[in-house]
Design a protein around this ligand. Sequence first.
Ligand code: GLN
Length: 473
Amino acid sequence: MWASINELKERIHAGSSEEIVAQYLDRIGKSKLNAFIHTVGESALSRAKEIDKNDIEGPLAGIPVAIKDNISTKGIQTTCASNILKGYIPPYDAHVIERLKEAGAVIIGKTNMDEFAMGTSTETSFYGATKNPWDLDRVPGGSSGGSAAAVAGGEAPLALGSDTGGSVRCPASFCGVVGLKPTYGVISRYGLIAYANSLEQIGPFATSVRDVVTLFDVIAGYDPRDSTSVDKEVNYSSALMNDVRGLNIGVPDEYFGEGTDEKVEKAVWDAIHTLEDLGATWKKVAMPHTKYALSAYYIIAMSEASSNLARFDGMRYGLRTEDQDWHTTFSQVRAAGFGDEVKRRILLGTYALSAGYHDKYYLKALKVRTLIKQDFERAFKDVDVLITPTMPYPAFRLGEKIDDPMSLYLADVDTVPINLAGVPSISIPCGFSDGLPIGMQIIGKHFDEATVLRTAYTFEENTDFHNKRPEGS
Ligand code: GLN
């Protein structure tokens, strides 16, 4: 059930997309992972049948894809894993969904996530936590935990997530799959339900760099409906070269700080040495503002969230109460519809933006954001990519951190600076600790996905970590 896209394409050419889709749906039906909020079996099977019958062509013709439930899908319920959007059926497709459909992909369902993408463990979902396929007592990471678990558990060959501060890379790391957060502006956010719009990007998941690139090529590209979309067409598959000779790697000590598990640190260093053996060189680089990244990120993300989530007022979408005046409806719907973590962030974000505190918190965080961006610009004068752990430790236990929001926020220490700077980064498997996957993060310059992908692909071609599967799941 972990076929590559090329293997699936061969089978589809022989006329059996329907059979493939049915197999995945069957596996999802029997799963213990809770990776999907819901599936769309009937429409997926009829689309697959149509592709088989009419020999429909396309880079993803007949291939099943799972979609995070904060990406709008026309006619398919989209809830952001929140009670407040229960029953909401978008009247339009996100740009990435339009692209997928044009490419012949078959959407099989919507995946579980932290409510409104706020979290690091997929435990804040209204629909219950997703489980890690490598150990059912552990979290899959978050917030795109359903997408990562689906791919790792053989329930979908490809999936989409979104990454505001690590939500593609964290679950990729915890579930032992590949996840890419592209440069801000490369993939249209049209139809992505916003959490913190200045930080987030949609990103692809797969079990290999090659398959991530196949999906990335389909969904990337200019869209005039997203004002931050960048008009730049690139063909990323040309980056898939098994060659890192002459590549300069930067290693920032700040990303191997206190709290980083020894085995994680060792696995990432081993990976750097593997790349060195293949012809790359490495040197230490200084990223002195990294220590302020978490505080700046959470102020900015919560401030944007408090504004973005104001639209959920009980009038326009999903949940509502009847026969009340507007103020009562607004507060009752929000009290019943949002979970604790979402409420906490709306409150803190509103506070950070309020008169008297705006300069002290929000404006200051924006200034720190600029300093962090400058750290990256300085480092990239000397090196081509940066390599760090994706997460400071492997997947933790379900329930272990959920009552301590601060410890969950701290887990994002190595992923949030990348979103503040808007640069691209990928997480790929690079080792194991007591049977749990470890992820390494490769970070690149703005719009230099090609070098990030080449580095990741070369590592993958010369190692075996990405071929390990959680067979018991
Ligand atoms: N864990 C981070 C947060 O809760 C990142 C989430 C995300 O990338 N969507 O904000």
